[in-house]
Design a protein around this ligand. Structure first.
Ligand code: PBG
Length: 327
């Protein structure tokens, strides 16, 4: 058979396949989301996320050191308070759970880059991401509290803040408050393109943050909307976001690519709890190979254009990167 083009020639052996690989990724792009809770000497497994734990502050160190040794450079912290109230006051308390966790993390693992997730839903009694006015989340009142939360996290040691609430105008509001307090060098990673997604189910279990009524569709995006995702991303860039996040990652590769092409800031992809739990459950049932699926999903996000990848598999992925299975 006379064939000039035989694409299979470049797939003939492993050395060659790696040589012509179009995408290189490395561990410096990984961010691990970590749950911290009140109490002492606690490391409890999250039932909906096998292999993931809630740590009390005194037990964080072992995980942080493990991550650092694996080469994961950054963690994003989520707090689980003991008490919640209407105004989510635990989110911005100087001695709140995340604020204390940030202090401790800086102390026990100073080289770890710390990102604070800025939101109200883990701290409000109703589980919504802002303060309520009747049954509506009041956008403008919430901005004040988000900015207070961000500031308190930075004062406690956060190197970066990541607002995940989806209120309008929060990036500029937070930016102004950080600047006024002398933190003009602290970057904001905005969850700009965040969809109302059922993939967050296991996280809400983990953090006890499911809304007690209604849903989040009045602030998180409708996942049918592609052009609206450009609008959200553009607005946040104009407001001063340093990094734009697309979330979830798995069903949103098209948007990761488009945001990458339409903006000039780094794009982060958040492979959320449901993505993790699906892989875990399928692997445990023997239906798929966990490591290989995990690598394929991560590669998909990077190939789509993500420069940063937030994942519960961060440590395992770092090992796969070391072994050349990915990147
Ligand atoms: C807080 C927040 C959520 C997630 C990150 N920050 C939950 C939500 O919006 O309901 C989800 C993360 C995950 O599922 O892994 N607003």
């Amino acid at each position: 058979m006379e064939l000039i083009n035989r694409p299979r020639r470049l797939r003939g052996n492993d050395v060659l396949r790696k040589m012509v690989r179009e995408l290189r990724v490395d561990k410096s792009s990984l961010i691990y989301p970590m749950f911290v809770r009140e109490g002492s000497n606690i490391k409890e497994e999250i039932p909906s996320m096998p292999g993931q734990y809630r740590y009390s502050i005194d037990r964080m160190e072992e995980k942080l050191l493990e991550l650092r040794n694996a080469g994961v450079p950054s963690v994003m912290l989520f707090g689980i308070p003991d008490r919640k109230d209407e105004a989510g006051s635990g989110a911005y308390a100087q001695d709140g759970i995340v604020q204390r966790a940030l202090k401790k993390a800086k102390q026990v693992c100073p080289t770890m880059y710390l990102i604070g997730d800025v939101c109200m839903c883990e701290y409000t009694s109703h589980g919504h991401c802002g303060v309520l006015c009747g049954h509506e989340v009041d956008n403008d009142k919430t901005l004040e509290l988000l900015a207070k939360t961000a500031l308190s996290q930075v004062q406690a040691g956060a190197d970066m803040v990541a607002p995940s609430d989806m209120m309008d105008g929060r990036v500029s509001f937070i930016r102004r408050v950080l600047d006024e307090n002398g933190y003009s060098n602290v970057p904001i990673m905005s969850y700009a393109v965040k969809f109302a997604s059922s993939f967050y189910g296991p996280f809400r279990d983990a953090a006890g943050s499911a809304p007690s009524f209604g849903n989040r569709k009045s602030y998180q995006m409708d996942y049918h909307n592609r052009r609206e995702s450009w609008k959200e991303a553009m607005l946040d860039v104009q407001e001063g976001a340093d990094i734009i996040m697309v979330k979830p990652a798995l069903s949103y590769g098209d948007l990761i690519r488009e945001i990458r092409d339409r903006t000039n800031v780094p794009v982060a992809a958040y492979s959320v709890s449901g993505e993790y739990s699906m892989v875990k459950a399928a692997a445990q049932a023997g239906f798929m190979d966990q490591t290989q699926v995990m690598c394929e999903m991560a590669t998909g996000a990077y190939r789509a254009g993500a420069s940063l990848y937030i994942t519960y598999f961060a440590e395992e992925l770092a090992k796969c990167m070391d072994e050349g299975m990915i990147g």
